[in-house]
Design a binder for this molecule. Structure first.
Ligand code: IPM
Ligand code: MG
Length: 402
């Protein structure tokens, strides 16, 4: 079999991986400064539509951003750039997860709002290229995948800090078929990579007066990498003596998120990449589905905001893409605004989203022609942001949920 490689070749491959990863450790050691958006003359926001419903829902989020930032755009404080070309067709054409010219354009922006992109898997009509998400997180070193989930009526207010550049993902496209029968993948944890995500989670708890961080691993079985993650958590926790913390295994944590007696105890949850991927989908489902959740990918230099769901090609095939729910992209836009310093605007947008989708529901998205279009919904959200009664409505929603 051609793709099976011998032991010697596998060893060489492993050697190269070790060199790559040690070089990455060195890069992490030379600590970079966080971007200070308040010092930038112009904050450039890139918008990548992506595939499937991506261009539709990111178009709705763009409508929202352009309306909310109208004055800042006019004054040159903010610039919005639409970046074309992050499509599966283009990526396949150059056989790259992110075409070079697209990556260069992304790197000219300070923050990016990204629609979902197709991630090919074996057996798909597309060649099995690497996920654009995974590549972007790696290329821009977006080490923290921050995913909030809130369901006030269930007492749920969770903030997930998913490690985003290591674990089972970082070498997910570099596993080896040693022979026809033996396949090996790699999982990576570094001290620096674990520390920076765990510290960010503790910092968030500390700054927001939240007295609970839960660290999730499977360190009883995956002893080396998860073991490192957990022992680094122990070290970091010593710097935050006022923040209580506990550790959970991923299996029981998955159960506890749906335990009505326990789930409201969790607040800030920090975990390695793959567990974070899985647990945040479960959490989003509790909130009303993956379509309702936004996600921030934060690095020191760049940040990228996105929906946590896929590109739903079926909706496009069936001619329903304009009815796709843009809530998660708009939520991503709110997180983006907060990240670059428009904190009050972000707060109003998040309140408006909750009021529109959970409370007032004047327009409902069904994904079909009997519901609103994404653009109609975007305008509804904007009207709600500008509604002087927004705060009162939001309080009404909280009281009803309380
Ligand atoms: C997510 C997605 C991605 C991931 C896919 C599309 C590669 O599921 O953002 O959670 O696994 O990280
Ligand atoms: Mg996922």
């Amino acid at each position: 079999m051609v793709d099976a490689i011998s032991i010697e070749k596998a060893k060489e491959h492993f050697g190269r991986i070790l060199e790559q990863q040690l070089a990455r450790v060195e890069r992490m050691r030379t600590d970079q400064e966080w971007t200070d958006y308040s010092k930038l003359k112009t904050i450039r926001i890139g918008i990548c539509g992506g595939d499937g419903i991506g261009p539709y829902i990111s178009g709705s989020a763009q409508t929202v951003l352009e309306a909310l930032l109208k004055e800042e755009i006019a004054s040159g404080r903010v610039e919005i750039r639409v970046i074309e070309g992050l499509t599966i067709e283009n990526r396949v054409k150059v056989m790259k997860a992110i075409p070079d010219d697209v990556l260069a354009e992304i790197k000219e922006c300070h923050v990016v709002l990204k629609g979902p992109t197709t991630t090919p898997k074996k057996g798909d009509p597309w060649p099995n290229i690497e996920s654009a998400n995974v590549a972007m997180r790696r290329e821009l070193d977006l080490f923290a995948n921050v995913r909030p989930v809130r369901v006030p009526e269930l007492g749920v207010d969770w903030m997930f800090y998913r490690e985003n550049t290591e674990g089972s993902y970082v070498l997910g496209s570099q596993g080896v078929n040693v022979t026809d029968d033996l396949a090996i993948d790699f999982c990576v944890a570094t001290s620096q990579g674990s520390e920076r995500i765990i510290r960010l989670a503790f910092d968030y708890a500390h700054k927001n007066g939240i007295n609970k961080v839960s660290v999730v691993t499977k360190a009883n079985v995956v002893k080396t990498t998860d073991g490192k993650f957990l022992s680094i958590a122990e070290e970091v926790a010593r710097d935050y003596p006022h923040v209580k913390w506990d550790d959970w295994f991923i299996d029981i944590m998955t159960a506890k998120l749906i335990d009505p007696y326990r789930r409201s105890d969790f607040k800030v949850i920090v975990l390695p990449n793959l567990y974070g991927d899985i647990l945040t989908d479960e959490a989003a489902q509790i909130q009303g589905g993956v379509g309702t959740a936004g996600s921030a990918n934060i690095g020191k230099k760049y940040a990228m905001f996105e929906a946590i769901h896929g590109s739903a090609p079926r909706m496009v095939d069936e001619g329903r893409a304009q009815y796709a729910d843009p809530s998660s992209m708009i939520k991503g836009a709110a997180m983006l605004l907060n990240h670059i310093g428009f904190v009050e605007l972000a707060r109003r947008l998040e309140m408006a989203l909750e009021v529109c989708t959970q409370y007032e529901k004047r327009l409902v998205m069904t994904g079909r022609s009997n519901g609103a279009t994404g653009q109609e919904f975007a305008r509804y959200v904007l009207d709600t942001v500008n509604d002087p009664g927004l705060e009162a409505k939001w309080k009404g929603y909280q009281a009803r949920s309380g």
